[in-house]
Write a protein that binds this ligand. Structure first.
Ligand SMILES: [Mn+2]
Length: 282
């Protein structure tokens, strides 16, 4: 049986949160293995302390339903199935966290959320902008996922970027990019990020946004990335200033070192704790 998040798999009608695993790795360009990401993240999630110190909460008490994994043989089938599954869960009033799998799985999830929430801002944490028109002839490759999101008409804000292709530059002009090398020199970057974050926000979190020192388990580890505490501060800013309406965590490529899986699972716990319990009274 596929594992579920935390200690209890609640039914949809007693849940506020749905976790949708998408173990898909069809278009990765270098290292393979992101198809094992969802299973390993969920398995690791059972070993994390359930109590969150910052919010004085146990995230799972909102009710968390882990749905059956989306299985697909092609990117077209995967996109259709993810969009349909996310739409169904949104129609049931659930907050949906989609777990990859490679970054291409985000397209169907973003599309489903964009249909429900007009004027959506997609906040992308990533080492790469993923704004290529196509990659090796495939417009739905992981390397193009944000170009396809841009085509849906959503606003895109990208954080942690440190690797792009020249062909992406025209599309980058239509987004707001916080480059990794600039963040390192700017202590006020989270307050600058807050100025472009408002209304309904969807977070797509490619784990390669993190520095490989804490997150080596991705298909394309890029040096010079985000660290844990600053990333949580940025997410706290989002949940306190805007309306986080959905999220995905992608590109976990499990290795022998189990720490990255634990980090990915804890990131999800933290996001849910911030979303549903806010910060503890000071
Ligand atoms: Mn990436």
């Amino acid at each position: 049986m596929f594992p579920y998040l935390g200690i209890k798999n609640s039914s949809t009608n007693e849940s506020k949160v749905a976790v949708l695993p998408v173990p898909y790795d069809g278009t990765s360009s270098w290292l393979k293995g992101a198809d094992r990401g969802p299973e390993m993240l969920l398995e690791a999630s059972t070993h994390i302390e359930l109590y969150d110190i910052e919010t004085s909460s146990e995230f799972w008490t909102v009710g968390v339903h882990t749905a059956a994994p989306v299985i697909a043989d092609s990117v077209t089938e995967m996109n259709q199935k993810v969009e349909a599954s996310v739409t169904k869960l949104l129609d049931q009033g659930l907050f949906v966290a989609t777990i990859g799998g490679e970054h291409s799985i985000s397209y169907g999830a973003i599309k489903a959320h964009a249909k429900k929430y007009p004027n959506l801002t997609v906040l992308q944490f990533d080492a790469h902008t993923d704004l290529r028109e196509d990659y090796e002839g495939d417009p739905y490759s992981h390397a193009c996922v944000m170009a396809r999101a841009q085509d849906l008409g959503v606003n895109i804000v990208s954080v942690g970027i440190r690797a792009i292709d020249k062909s992406e530059l025209p599309r980058i002009k239509k987004t707001r990019v916080f480059y990794a090398h600039e963040l390192k020199k700017n202590q006020n970057w989270i307050s600058e990020l807050s100025k472009v974050i408002s209304g309904n926000v969807y977070i797509t979190f490619d784990l390669d946004a993190f520095d490989p020192s804490i997150m080596p388990a991705t298909g394309t580890p890029e040096p010079g990335g985000l660290l844990w505490d600053e990333t949580l501060e940025a997410i706290k800013m989002v949940t306190s200033r805007a309306n986080l309406i959905g999220l995905d965590i992608v590109e976990l490529m499990p290795q022998e070192n189990r720490a990255p899986e634990f980090l990915a699972a804890k990131l999800l716990y933290k996001m849910l704790a911030y979303k549903f319990y806010g910060l503890a009274a000071q």
